[in-house]
Design a protein around this ligand. Structure first.
Ligand code: HAM
Length: 447
């Protein structure tokens, strides 16, 4: 279908624009995340948004909702089946195998980017959404799991997220899951008449998937199912207990949730979710777990792995609802108001210098007069204006006009700080601006 000429073409349902009014908050969120990942020794990986369909079909599992009904799959011009990535783990594993990152190595990776799932859009659920995630390769012990979970807690603390709950479960090793599968099949067969079509289909192929059904009518039947915890092998039980010991030592609260299976098939042993109940139906903000079999199933060397994915739209919305302030770094800035001609040239030069020294610097271009430029300066949220009019220019000066009630000390220190920023790259000016609060004053300084 083609839109008529002159008719507006709209965005795809469930795929959102991030508008300028919100992008400062996202930038703050993303830089906090990058900082926390970096501080824990994680390195960023960027993989393509499109992969061969087989990658996701083989890793996430044919019976999952993602693979059976939510993937954006299409043929490219060569007839190859491609898919917009619905998650980041499979791509990390593919890249790790392809570039030899997993042979006899241990690595901590992180990523951020858009993911695509053809789900029914609603609050907190979109068709293009963003995940930040980490994947750790090469450790089969629960200490790495405690590290990763503690990292999420530290990130939430840094962002000011409150009222979340950490749920844990163990899906056991291969032997535990085989035993559990049989007992689940026996149970669900006994209540077969209460199951829906999806669950009946999964009864033979993948009964664990029934536990992850989104159909509310099945809640009671699912709650009555035997739990995996009773089927755990001694090794899996000890592994899960050791993780809980570490979390206790770290003072991280959690609840064990024996019916949590997660929506992807690659997990074994530990799985976890962070949930903010107040947010409504799409309350899981972060989910992850161990996937020791995935690397070999995609053709790589036997490599234990553990990681998580965190939904950024949900996180931003929950933080907003909770009133947490995602500090917009953009507010810490300077606005240059200038006349045209030689004054504008000086303004451009000053802006280059300030920006090169880490100070965000705005200015109005074109023919706007001083009144109009000051209006824009006020509206921009900048802390001060640097004014270069004909008169100042003739005297080799600029005027500093504080826009947002700065502190007396800042006012006194501003001329020197600006000069320093202009000459030798001092960062103090930016720091001083950050703490500017009271009293409005104008100052003249000589350049
Ligand atoms: P997931 O549970 O499918 O796990 O997704 C992780 C998070 O992404 C969810 O908790 C949610 O916050 C967000 N999310 C998922 N679907 C949507 C959607 N349609 N709209 C908005 N947000 C969404 C994974 O993707 C695994 N790769 C996590 C992982 C990494 N496990 C091990 N390593």
């Amino acid at each position: 279908m083609t839109a008529k000429k002159g008719q507006a073409v709209q965005a795809i349902r469930g795929m959102n624009d991030l508008l300028p009014a919100d992008s400062g908050r996202w930038r703050a969120l993303e830089s906090t995340m990058a900082e926390v990942f970096h501080r824990h020794g994680y390195q960023q990986i960027r993989t393509p948004i499109v992969e061969k369909t087989a990658l996701f079909a083989r890793s996430i599992g044919a019976d999952t909702d993602i693979v059976s009904k939510e993937m954006y799959t299409f043929e490219d011009r060569n007839g190859t089946s491609l898919t917009l990535r619905p998650e980041g783990t499979a791509s990390c594993v593919r890249a790790g195998i392809e570039h030899g990152l997993l042979y006899n190595q241990q690595s901590r990776l992180w990523y951020i980017g858009p993911m695509f799932r053809h789900e029914r859009p609603q609050k907190g659920r979109y068709r293009q959404f963003h995940q930040a995630g980490v994947e750790c390769f090469g450790w089969d012990t629960p200490d790495i799991e405690a590290e990763v979970i503690a990292l999420v807690v530290q990130l939430f603390d840094a962002l000011g997220l409150k009222d979340y709950r950490l749920e844990l479960n163990s899906l056991g090793d291969t032997a535990s899951r085989a035993a559990y599968r049989t007992s689940l099949q026996t149970y669900f067969r006994s209540v077969e008449d209460q199951l829906d079509e999806d669950s009946l289909r999964r009864l033979d192929s993948n009964p664990l998937r029934i536990l992850d059904s989104k159909n509310p009518d099945l809640r009671e039947v699912i709650n009555g199912a035997p739990t995996i915890l009773d089927a755990l092998s001694d090794d899996s039980k000890a592994h899960f207990e050791e993780l809980q010991f570490y979390l206790d030592e770290l003072n991280i609260d959690y609840v064990v949730s024996p019916t949590m299976v997660r929506g992807l098939d690659y997990y074994n042993d530990t799985v976890f979710e962070f949930i903010c109940d107040d947010f409504g139906a799409q309350a899981t903000v972060c989910g992850g777990g161990r996937y020791d079999g995935l690397v070999t199933s995609l053709g790589g060397p036997a490599t234990p792995a553990f990681g998580f994915g965190l939904g950024l739209e949900r996180l931003v919305q929950i933080l907003e609802e909770q009133g947490a302030e995602l500090k917009d770094e953009d507010s810490n800035s300077v606005f240059i108001v200038s006349d045209h001609g030689p004054c504008r040239a000086t303004a451009l030069r000053i802006r280059q210098s300030l920006a090169a020294n880490g100070i965000r610097c705005l200015m109005a271009m074109g023919q706007a007069g001083f009144k109009n430029q000051f209006k824009r300066a006020d509206k921009s949220g900048a802390l001060l204006a640097i004014v270069i009019g004909e008169e100042e220019f003739a005297n080799g000066q600029v005027q500093i006009k504080f826009l947002n009630k700065p502190d007396e000390n800042i006012v006194a220190a501003a001329p020197d700080l600006i000069k320093q920023a202009l000459s030798d790259g001092e960062q103090q000016f930016a720091i001083a601006l950050e703490s500017a609060v009271e009293q409005v004053t104008n100052l003249m300084i000589s350049l």
